[in-house]
Design a protein around this ligand. Structure first.
Ligand SMILES: [Zn+2]
Length: 248
């Protein structure tokens, strides 16, 4: 067990460092697979010892070995977070199809939300990859009817919000909602929807009241959809059961 936990954590940090590459390169349209990593400040090519997940950051004290520029704390944080996600997935699902589904779903959401926070854009590449993988999981699970409900309900609600809010929410969020419909399916899509709004709207209303944002400020909603999606993927059934018990 402890070996598996350590193994999954290390595997997760390695995947996390690849997610960092995507987060840095996709918005800048830099080739992802073949080009070597470099320091964004001095352009020096990075070697093996500069690229060990978490460890390099700690050993180099968060600075570039060649020019001393500070490396953003977000990169080791994402490696750590991805490590934790792999560990949780293993503890929850063992090495099963759900393990794979959860780590792919979470990894895609990490890339999409961090890029959304930085650029206010939902990037297409990871989203389409996620939808493609989601269809493969669907073919394995054969949960067709409930998934169909999921991919209809989620975008439909977002379409209504876009119309009602007169553009207060972007088309990117609408596209992203298909991913949640596909991975969470019905009935988990319902608590996902409420939780996204609860955690997304409270900060938004706070920003509006404190005048840190105006109605015109684009607020990135992707990260809240992502956090809610990860929570509901894991605990959706418990949330639904809890709600049903309250109602009875
Ligand atoms: Zn440098």
């Amino acid at each position: 067990m402890i070996f598996n936990i350590i193994f999954n954590f290390i595997l997760g940090t390695i995947v996390g460092s690849f997610l960092n590459v995507l987060i840095y390169r996709l918005p800048r349209k830099i080739e992802v697979v073949y080009s070597r990593s470099f320091c964004p400040e001095c352009g020096h090519k990075l070697g093996f010892f500069d690229l060990i997940p978490l460890l390099s950051y700690i050993l180099l004290k968060g600075k570039c070995r060649y020019c001393g520029a500070k490396i953003s704390f977000i990169y080791p944080l994402i490696e750590f977070l991805t490590g934790i996600i792999f560990v949780i997935s293993f503890i929850y699902y063992g090495f099963s199809i759900f393990y794979l589904k959860f780590v792919i779903f979470s990894s895609i959401l990490i890339v999409i939300s961090i890029i959304d926070l930085k650029t206010m854009e939902i990037v297409d590449g990871p989203l389409y990859f996620g939808l493609f993988m989601g269809v493969i999981f669907l073919l394995i699970e054969k949960n067709y009817i409930n998934t169909l409900y999921g991919v209809i309900i989620a975008p439909l609600i977002f379409f209504l919000i876009i119309v009602l809010s007169k553009g207060g929410m972007g088309g990117g969020d609408f596209k992203l909602s298909f991913l949640f419909g596909l991975y969470l399916s019905f009935p988990k899509i319902i608590p996902w929807f409420f939780l996204s709004f609860l955690i997304g709207f409270i900060p938004a209303i706070y920003l509006l009241i404190t005048k840190k944002a105006t109605r015109k400020t684009p607020l990135p909603f992707g990260p809240f959809m992502a956090i809610s999606g990860i929570i509901v993927f894991l605990f959706g059934n418990q949330i639904i059961r809890f709600y049903n018990n309250l109602m009875l």
